[in-house]
Write a protein that binds this ligand. Structure first.
Ligand SMILES: NC(=O)C1=CN([C@@H]2O[C@H](COP(=O)(O)OP(=O)(O)OC[C@H]3O[C@@H](n4cnc5c(N)ncnc54)[C@H](OP(=O)(O)O)[C@@H]3O)[C@@H](O)[C@H]2O)C=CC1
Ligand SMILES: O=C(O)CCC(=O)C(=O)O
Ligand SMILES: [Mg+2]
Length: 475
């Protein structure tokens, strides 16, 4: 069945039922070491996870690691250009849960991202990237502890589908002429716009299916959070990209107010309900004036639309959500993408789950990780209905590769997410405790060491940080 790899001789398979993993006590879990700093990070991660499982379960549970290959290592084992061998895909599909280090993607040409390919091949449509603060972690921000968000990033479409044509190629040329001469003139709203002939062209597909399955998972996650964190913010640039990013927002609200009608209230609905609670005699139009800034300057048609919206909300959900009942529901709101970048810095505690399209989520997860201590502390999970692959937010950080200095924290924390996903909470908790204690004790790698006041010198090596985490299990 496999060409060049052999699964461990002991261990059992993880299976999936109704989108949830069923995990034996001796699961086989494939891992990809990764390129660049993967060579340093993976051994550290494996050691910490093994120690946590052993300490938590005293031998009753054990992970049987299955080494599989992707990226540069795969080319060494399978031959030139064999970046993502069939063996690797077969192993992930057979064993269901995998964990990986980062993989290199060349810029401007060469292979397309292997990381993205894995997400698309296995329909891992939700990229989940929690950004929370560990006490004692240095940060350029004054109150990094106020940020506790989870980026829920759509993981299979948007520009990451990679459908684009290089400038000057025959297809790019044909496409531009077709757009300029046929499609744009046939669309009155595009007026006399034209695409320059020396353009590269990329396609940005955003589907209702992709958007709604992502938002569904985000809302389901919010339902599991403590009451004060039950909030989902739809992040988009819908003012500019109306039919892709704007549609993402609209489909998100549509899902929240249909499938999750009893559990959710939108921000606008909450204003309408609360206006009426404060003043039960408020007319529909007075309520509309309070909800819509600049209402009095609107056209009659637009005013009628807002009044209809107010009436519909009161007719449909006053009984279930009114008289303050909406305060116990999941709040669904939306923010324009550029604004959310400043909001997570200036008003971090107002946000919880940030549901995003692919590109916005990529940017936002690096930015949020920076606030709570940098990319060395940014874990992630790619989740689908029958498979999950855990990986950090960061990449291969090539200049640090092989030096035993990089922070393994984010892949270790991705391991924590994997253990939690498997239901092995005790092992996950031990690692979180170990990381927290090591940081509070100023036992940190170079990235955190240089930000600490006073700076830690010398910092711990990557391997030493892993050992420090383990040493603190028993604190
Ligand atoms: N999922 C994946 O596998 C991903 C792969 N990539 C790929 O990785 C390659 C390199 O990308 P690049 O843009 O340099 O981004 P990286 O995330 O690899 O690194 C950028 C910088 O972030 C900091 N950093 C990254 N990882 C850590 C860590 N574990 N601990 C501490 N600091 C860290 C370092 O900053 P400093 O030097 O200042 O300390 C590093 O130089 C590219 O080929 C890219 O496509 C990128 C993102 C995700
Ligand atoms: O695949 C890559 O090289 C980059 C992906 C990335 O930046 C991410 O998923 O955060
Ligand atoms: Mg990224």
């Amino acid at each position: 069945m496999y060409e060049k790899i052999k699964p461990p001789t002991t261990g059992s398979k993880i299976t999936f039922q109704d989108g949830k993993p069923i995990v034996p006590d001796d699961p086989i879990i494939p891992f990809i070491r990764g390129d660049g700093t993967g060579v340093d990070i993976w051994p550290a991660t494996e050691k910490v996870i093994n120690a946590a499982v052993e300490t938590a379960y005293g031998g009753k549970r054990k992970i049987n690691w299955f080494r599989i290959f992707a990226g540069d290592e795969a080319c060494e084992v399978y031959g030139t250009y064999q970046y993502l061998p069939q063996d690797t895909l077969t192993a992930i599909s057979e064993y269901g849960i995998a964990i990986k280090g980062p993989l290199t993607t060349p810029i401007g040409g060469g292979i397309r991202s292997l990381n993205v390919a894995l997400r698309q091949i296995f329909e891992l449509y939700a990229c989940v990237r929690p950004c929370r603060y560990y006490q004692g972690t240095p940060s350029p921000h004054k109150n990094p502890d106020k940020l506790d968000v989870i980026v829920y990033r759509e993981n299979t479409e948007d520009i990451y589908l990679g459908i684009e044509w290089r400038e000057g190629t025959e297809i790019a040329d044909k496409l531009i002429h077709y757009l300029n001469e046929t499609l744009i003139p046939a669309t009155p709203e595009h007026g006399k716009k034209q695409i320059r002939l020396d353009s590269g062209i990329g396609v940005k597909p955003i589907s209702k299916t992709g958007s709604q399955r992502l938002v569904r998972r985000a809302i389901e996650h919010a339902l599991r959070l403590p009451k004060h964190k039950q909030k989902v913010t739809l992040v988009h640039k819908g003012n500019i990209m109306k039919y892709t990013e704007g549609a993402f927002r609209d489909w998100g609200y549509e899902l929240a107010t249909s499938e999750f009608r009893d559990e959710c209230v939108t921000e606008r609905e909450s204003w309408i309900l609360s206006n009426k609670e404060k003043n039960p005699d408020l007319t529909i139009e007075e309520n509309a004036q309070q909800v819509e800034p600049g209402y009095n300057a609107l056209t009659a048609e637009k005013k009628a639309e807002i009044c209809a919206e107010v009436k519909e909300v009161l007719d449909q959900i006053w009984a279930t959500h009114g008289e303050g009942k909406w305060k116990d529901k999941i709040m669904v709101d939306d923010r324009i993408a550029d604004s959310i970048f400043q909001q997570i810095q200036t008003r971090p505690d107002e946000y919880s789950i940030l549901a995003t399209m692919n590109l916005n989520g990529d940017y936002l997860s690096d930015a949020a990780a920076a606030i709570v201590g940098g990319l060395g502390m940014g874990p992630g999970a790619n989740i689908g209905d029958t498979c999950a692959i855990f990986e950090a937010t960061h990449g291969t950080a090539p200049k640090h590769a092989g030096l035993d200095r990089i922070n393994p924290g984010s892949v270790i924390l991705s391991g924590v997410m994997m253990l939690e996903y498997m239901g092995w909470q005790e092992a996950a908790d031990l690692i979180k405790k170990g990381i927290g204690a090591a940081i509070s004790n100023r036992e940190v790698t170079y990235d955190l060491a240089r930000l600490m006041d006073p700076p830690v010198s010398p910092p711990l090596k990557c391997s030493e940080f892993a050992q420090a985490i383990i040493n603190h299990f028993k604190d």
